[in-house]
Design a protein around this ligand. Structure first.
Ligand code: FUB
Length: 458
């Protein structure tokens, strides 16, 4: 009997590991992914398409951050910076593609403000708070409308490069302080890359003239002594292509397409790449969550292998995404409720005073999936921190699917309001091994409760 049970569980695990992981965030629309590996964690910075698109154009006010240690569950750190960080700015829209890099324990967030050029914010933590060290834009050029999509890489010799641009590509050599640059090169420090077809491939423009495929969204990095420039190519709809060089300053050689156009992708695409725990990942965005709204995009990830010579294969955008976690989640320490491997219905919010992020907008039937949870020999009980203004809600703890084995039901009573936090607990059935866990929320009408963290007890 036990054997049949174990076999059934294994089959379920295979089935759930085949389930769709893309897009990786369902609580917000996220775009222009920029991963940063720091201290055993992948921090993923994204731009953010608002739920309501204004004037049928990019409606983007802030930048969000997510982190993961297993590549399947992502902890939401909320909006870590916004246009409001720039006191000198007289603009409420235009928070386009971001990238964060760490240097000497400080985190530098390079952001374009559409129409205003490229600026920088600094923090002591990867998740902020970020402050504006300059009180003005970082890159001073005479083409601010084209100054979007910054990408930064600090080379082994300590020289940092900031590349950016649409539809041309420029760079500055950042000084060690990361918030100023060498003004002695190029035009007041700004070096213009030669947009040749050898460097970036060829494509006929609308006027019939041959130009390069390079469009925007550069992602600059070095791997095994090869410099890579990945970018969105060939106008809209965009595909992803790349070029390589032996030096960070070029000359660049066009290497071809790495992600084709596909029906569920948006008219823009924008990539970031990272190696983590021995695997290589490509981050990009699609429009599947909004069902074909190009101004409501969502970040996706594919695992891939570089070819032996360092070239990048053609990578297919899939619904499955990253199916294998690179580590298991420990449920016996507090797990933030906003550590999510998939969800339906819920949102996250940030407490404006404490900056604590929690799960909210929980309605009857919504759920959160947490992947690859290591039960070890099994738990006896479940504990959760919740806040509610109503009685009669429940958290069902289910195994491997939203209708899977019910491990326990935790009742959530009125705690005195949606910001009056209290700990609730319930007994759970003993299960061992690694499983996906589904928290399925049940109750009456409207917002049931807020959910801050959970943990299992042995
Ligand atoms: O997200 C706004 C713009 O769309 C980005 O800056 C481009 O790379 C494209 O993804």
């Amino acid at each position: 009997m036990r054997r049949i049970y174990v076999a059934a569980c294994s089959l379920l695990m295979v089935l759930t590991s085949l389930s769709a992981q893309n897009p990786i965030v369902q609580t917000y629309f996220t775009a222009d992914p920029a991963p940063m590996v720091y201290n055993g964690t992948v921090y993923l910075y994204t731009s953010h398409d608002e739920d309501i698109t204004v004037k049928n154009f990019f409606t983007m006010y802030d930048w969000r951050c997510y982190s993961s240690t297993d590549m399947v569950n992502w902890t939401d750190h909320g909006a870590v910076a916004s246009l409001k960080n720039f006191k000198w700015l007289n603009k409420t829209n235009g928070a386009w593609a971001v990238q964060c890099v760490e240097r000497n324990g400080k985190f530098y967030l390079y952001v374009p403000i559409h129409g205003e050029g490229i600026s920088v914010l600094v923090s002591d933590s990867p998740t902020g708070p970020f402050t504006d060290p300059l009180g003005k834009r970082l890159v001073e050029s005479d083409h601010t409308w084209q100054d979007i999509d910054p990408t930064v890489f600090v080379d082994d010799n300590g020289q940092a490069y900031l590349y950016w641009g649409n539809p041309s590509l420029w760079y500055v050599k950042l000084n060690k302080d990361m918030i100023s640059y060498d003004r002695s090169i190029g035009k007041n420090g700004v070096v213009s890359i030669d947009m040749t077809t050898e460097a970036f491939g060829s494509k006929a423009g609308r006027d019939g003239k041959i130009g390069t495929t390079y469009t925007e969204g550069p992602w600059f990095y070095k791997r095994n002594n090869m410099y890579y420039m990945l970018y969105a190519a060939a106008g809209v709809p965009e595909y992803i292509a790349y070029s390589t060089a032996k030096s960070p300053e070029g000359p660049w050689t066009y290497r071809g397409i790495i992600m084709e156009r596909a029906p569920h992708l948006a008219f823009t695409n924008h990539v970031g790449a990272a190696d983590f725990k021995g695997n290589s990942y490509l981050f990009y965005h699609d429009q599947s969550l909004s069902v074909t709204e190009g101004f409501k995009r969502s970040v996706c990830i594919e695992q891939f292998n570089y070819n032996a010579d360092g070239t990048i294969p053609l990578i297919k955008p899939t619904k499955e995404g990253v199916t294998k976690s690179v580590s298991f989640l420990d449920p016996y320490v507090r797990v933030q409720a906003e550590t999510i491997g998939g969800s339906d219905g819920v949102k996250t919010a940030t407490d404006s005073l404490t900056r604590n992020v929690y799960v909210t907008h929980i309605n009857n039937g919504d759920y959160i999936k947490v992947r690859s949870v290591d039960f070890g020999k099994g738990a006896k009980s479940f504990e959760a921190c919740v806040a509610s203004g109503t009685d009669g809600s429940n958290i069902e703890i289910r195994l491997d699917s939203r209708t899977g084995t019910l491990l326990g039901t935790c009742s959530v009573k009125n705690t005195g309001g949606l910001h009056k936090w209290a700990t609730v607990s319930c007994k759970t059935q003993k299960v061992s091994g690694v499983h996906d866990v589904y928290f399925v929320f049940k109750g009456g009408d409207g917002n049931l409760f807020n959910f801050d963290w959970w943990k299992l007890k042995k």
